[in-house]
Write a protein that binds this ligand. Structure first.
Ligand SMILES: Nc1ncnc2c1ncn2[C@@H]1O[C@H](COP(=O)(O)OP(=O)(O)O)[C@@H](O)[C@H]1O
Ligand SMILES: [Mg+2]
Length: 259
């Protein structure tokens, strides 16, 4: 369905390209015809009500699920067509952080961040530790390197999750609801971190969130999925959508109006 809130932008240097994506689970069509591009260095937000398929879309983009239709290119490579070694290489070129941070409880933060370096590089242990400490420093956790996940706050666990996702210097990071369960101040700190990393390192972020404050603060562009429409109902600059959105659900979300 076309809606006046879809403002497609030509992206010069796309690192994520989704074309005509459709996804259904048995008896449950989530979305059809989802197309968008994410440019290098952008913070791109996927939003929409609970159960509309945001996490599922993220899983398609990182190769965890196969779409029922459509094409995906990540960092210029055809994700769905890639197999074997090519696919493994591609999957190691971006970072992912799930809701909880998903740290290993029996390992210190430093060991958690060193893990991807052990799996994917041939760096000697001293170099792995140096890189991991650098990443923990980037997210403000230098002092907490030797603590266990149970000994830190929720906000620190999210930041440690980001540090681990960044271990291999990925140009692209996917975050699923990074601020879920955080208090507003910690959440604002995480937003600042994402903006700093995007600006200073040129890292591209694809972030699923439904925190309006956060979307307006960090989102360069966004798409909005809708369960009822079974697809995208908006695309563009979140501030533009807030001021000029016309679809009732888009207005309801951005202006906190009743739909
Ligand atoms: N692996 C799965 N098998 C079957 N249904 C699923 C699976 N994963 C998600 N779903 C269903 O897809 C819908 C969207 O889920 P999800 O992508 O997690 O939504 P969101 O992240 O937007 O809240 C839900 O109805 C959920 O029950
Ligand atoms: Mg989700």
């Amino acid at each position: 369905m076309e809606t006046p809130d879809i403002h497609r932008t030509a992206v010069a240097d796309p690192v994520v390209e989704a074309e005509g994506l459709a996804m259904a689970f048995p008896g449950n069509t989530l979305f059809r015809d989802v197309s968008f591009q994410v440019g290098r260095g952008e913070v791109f937000v996927i939003l929409g009500g609970s159960g509309c398929g945001k996490s599922t879309l993220l899983k398609l983009l990182i190769g965890l699920h196969q779409p029922t239709a459509g094409q995906i290119r990540i960092l210029g490579e055809d994700l769905l067509g890639a197999g074997g070694r090519t696919r493994r290489d591609l999957l190691s070129r971006f970072g992912v952080m799930w809701q909880s941070g998903a740290l290993f409880g029996s390992m210190t933060l430093l060991e958690n961040v060193m893990l991807p370096l052990e799996e994917h590089t041939r760096l000697p242990p001293a170099a792995r530790e140096e890189v991991a400490r650098l990443k923990l420093g980037l997210v403000g956790l230098s002092e907490a390197a030797d603590r266990l996940p149970a000994e830190i706050s929720g906000g620190m666990a999210k930041r440690a999750g980001i540090a681990r996702a960044m271990a291999l210097d990925p140009p692209l990071l996917f975050l699923d609801e990074p601020s879920a369960g955080l208090d507003p101040i910690t959440s604002a700190g995480l937003d600042r971190l994402i903006q700093d990393l995007a600006r200073d390192l040129g890292t591209t972020f694809v972030v699923v969130t439904h925190e309006l404050q956060s979307i307006l603060a960090i989102g360069d562009r966004c798409i909005m999925l809708d369960k009822q429409a079974q697809g995208m109902i908006a695309e563009g600059d979140p501030r533009e959508l807030r001021d000029h959105g016309t679809h009732p659900t888009v207005r309801a979300f951005f202006r906190r109006e009743a739909a």
